[in-house]
Design a protein. Sequence first.
Length: 184
Amino acid sequence: MPHREPSSARGGQSAAPQPSSAGKGPPRALAAALAVLACLAAAVPAAFGDTGTLAVTATVLSRSQCKFDTTTSTLNFGALDPAVASDVAASASVDFVCRGSAPVAAFLFMDDNGQNMSGPGARRMRHTAASEFLPYDLAFSPASGTVPKNVHRTLTISGTVRWADFRGSMAGAYADSVVVSILP
């Protein structure tokens, strides 16, 4: 019988034994899976963690903190008689105090020109039963200044209705409301 050589000797191919992976570290698939898990573990708190909002606020106090002792006052011009060719003046006063951190407080008085103004500084009272208006002027004394801390002072509010404005006006009651502010 003729002698036959093994197929490897004849040029055939056979599978060569593969080296064992035992003792040389995890297989590649396992190493890749561990790397993915490590990345996911780092991202989990950001993706599934809780968040909250922190409100940040502060109030800067005025060094002067000036306030009125009372919040209402009345400036009453009384009865205006067109037969008497004279302007009519009236005054009212209100006390104020400054309590800020400054030993001497600076202040300034301002007003909103009233509910019936016809322009800046053009205050008008309105007839209580008709669309008639009566102009008037206001002045503050002092209009601004300084005052020692915790010392009560008085603001005098003076008003004038000119005879030329009320001599031909409709008879009846007139009124307005003005917001006076003390700054700061």
